[in-house]
Design a protein around this ligand. Structure first.
Ligand code: HEC
Length: 143
């Protein structure tokens, strides 16, 4: 089966050289890279993210008012630590809160925050919070 698929691929390459040449490879690599960027967000700006996290903007409250300094000193148990979390995960979460697809529990609190965020702001916040020292631990370390 695999052999047949490979033969098919070789034939396809022979027929459409551009799709399998160096350009095609670059295209595939780009597609792979994009797959790790949630919904193709623009590049994040750490300084803009830091400022937004500290001060908020419009309907968006300062992130640190609940998640604490650098996202690592939550003011209450219901607020998770977010400092040092993977940028992809942060951005995905913020997009999901904004879209309303991440809800339940205390999700409504975050949905209210994320509603006012632009793609650029999400990218900036993800860039900033992913870059601060992490305090994330697995359960064994936490106990
Ligand atoms: C009013 C308090 C409050 C503010 C302000 C706030 N958050 Fe949250 N945040 C929460 C709560 C509560 C949760 C847990 C929600 C849930 O149960 O899904 C949360 C969850 C999150 C999560 C998911 C964490 C995880 O581990 O899955 C991210 C990411 C996040 N917040 C980022 C932010 C950012 C960025 C800002 C600033 C734009 C912000 N939050 C502002 C209360 C807040």
């Amino acid at each position: 089966m695999i052999k047949i698929a490979m033969t098919g691929l070789a034939v396809a390459c022979a027929l459409t050289l551009s799709a399998c040449g160096s350009d095609g490879g670059a295209e595939h690599a780009a597609a792979r890279d994009n797959a790790t960027v949630p919904a193709r967000l623009p590049a994040g700006n750490v300084d803009a993210g830091r400022a937004l996290a500290a001060k908020g903007s419009g309907s968006v409250a300062a992130c640190v008012s609940c998640h604490g300094a650098e996202g690592n000193k939550p003011l209450a148990d219901m607020y998770p630590k977010i400092g040092g979390q993977y940028a992809d995960y942060l951005a995905h979460s913020l997009q999901a809160y904004r879209a309303g697809t991440r809800s339940g529990g205390t999700g409504a609190v975050m949905a209210a925050q994320a509603k006012g965020l632009s793609d650029q702001q999400i990218a900036d916040l993800a860039a900033y919070f992913s870059g601060v020292p992490t305090q994330l631990r697995d359960l064994q370390e936490a106990n």
